[in-house]
Design a protein. Structure first.
Length: 154
């Protein structure tokens, strides 16, 4: 049964079953490969996307539960001022090492900054919980979120 979503601003009808995880609908059917498979159990955050502005783990979200909703991936965020501020801060502070988790990290950071435009360290740690960086760049991620928050408000 086809499912219709708006992915990064474009309405798409995907030929998938209702219980297909959103992750696989995005990657395998829609071709949005910036959404990463990490653990498949909603524990690492690599598959994070925004659905109507709320961060969800796409590996654990049936595509039918987001039908008719706005799905924003890291690719869509890069076309928005907040996403551009985050990407610039990530680059300026040399956050990325392997880069595999970073799309999910940036999506989580965008959700955090939309809910709390000026978070302190504790709010950042709480807002980013559920997103694992195997390279351990958490201090740089936190600094980049602060920098993006300052830039986005300027």
């Amino acid at each position: 049964m086809p499912v219709t979503l708006t992915i990064d601003g474009q309405q798409r009808t995907l030929a998938v079953t209702d219980d297909t995880p959103l992750l696989w609908a995005l990657r395998d059917v829609a071709g949005v490969t910036a959404v990463k498979f990490g653990c498949g159990a909603g524990l690492c955050g690599a598959c994070s996307v925004l659905v109507d502005g709320e961060r969800l783990f796409s590996c654990q979200t049936p595509v039918s539960s987001v039908e008719g909703k706005q799905v924003t991936t890291v690719e869509g965020l890069t076309r928005q001022p907040l996403g551009q501020a985050l990407a610039a801060a990530w680059e300026e502070l040399d956050v990325v090492q392997c880069g595999y988790c970073q799309p999910g990290q940036i999506v989580a950071a965008a959700a955090l900054l939309k809910a709390n435009p000026k978070p302190d360290d504790a709010a950042i740690d709480e807002g980013m919980s559920g997103n694992i960086c195997r390279c351990g760049t958490y201090n740089r991620i936190r600094a980049a979120i602060h920098r993006a928050a300052d830039t986005a408000r300027a």
